[in-house]
Design a protein around this ligand. Structure first.
Ligand SMILES: [Fe+2]
Ligand SMILES: [Fe+2]
Length: 193
């Protein structure tokens, strides 16, 4: 939808090569998505238009944490400690500190790109697991992929309400190119990104 690049076809093999590591990383991604949405509520409580949407989004991300934890428990696995997410860290480093609403627009756009990339990759996991005979896991990822696509749209529409379309478009194009660049520099491992 908004991404400037597609994930390399070889990514699925690397990501699914260590399912316990992948699910563990995924669980932490969902936790951080919930935390990020709630941190925007903490920073911008006066924006009543976004508080409800962000609260609902955090609620849904928390339900994803529970669902991933269940998939791990079924296999007798415990989530591992989180490790730094270099992808998200590099993207959030692009958030401008030049005042509002630009800063909030960047937070929302970065979140939209992370959701969009998560959607693309969970969709690849859904297709990959189904084609490798892991239908239950495939359908699990199908449901989550659809949710992340909706979340990207939520963040984009919150950003669109803050600045004129031409300014939003320019910032979105810059971040799309940056996101593709950041992703291309990272190795393929058993993580979502
Ligand atoms: Fe999620
Ligand atoms: Fe999400």
């Amino acid at each position: 939808m908004i991404l400037a690049s597609s994930t390399h076809p070889r990514w699925f093999a690397a990501a699914s090569g260590d399912l316990q590591a992948l699910l563990s990383d995924h669980l932490h991604c969902e936790r951080k998505a919930a935390e990020n949405a709630l941190s925007l509520v903490r920073r911008y409580p006066h924006r009543a238009d976004s508080v409800g949407a962000l609260g609902r989004l955090a609620h849904e991300e928390t339900s994803h944490v529970i669902q991933v934890a269940e998939r791990m428990a079924e296999r007798g696995w415990t989530p591992r400690p989180d490790t730094p997410n270099l992808y998200a860290r590099a993207l959030f480093a692009e958030v401008r500190g030049c005042g509002e609403p630009e800063r909030l627009v960047d937070f929302l756009l970065v979140a939209a790109f992370i959701e969009a990339r998560s959607h693309e990759r969970l969709d690849l996991l859904a297709r990959g697991f189904v084609s490798h005979g892991e239908s239950e896991l495939g359908w699990f990822y199908r449901g989550l992929a659809n949710a992340e696509e909706r979340h990207a749209e939520t963040f984009l529409s919150l950003a669109a309400a803050l600045v004129p379309a031409d300014l939003l478009g320019a910032r979105r194009a810059f971040l799309a190119a940056r996101e593709a660049e950041i992703l291309a520099a990272l190795p393929h491992t058993a993580r979502i990104h």
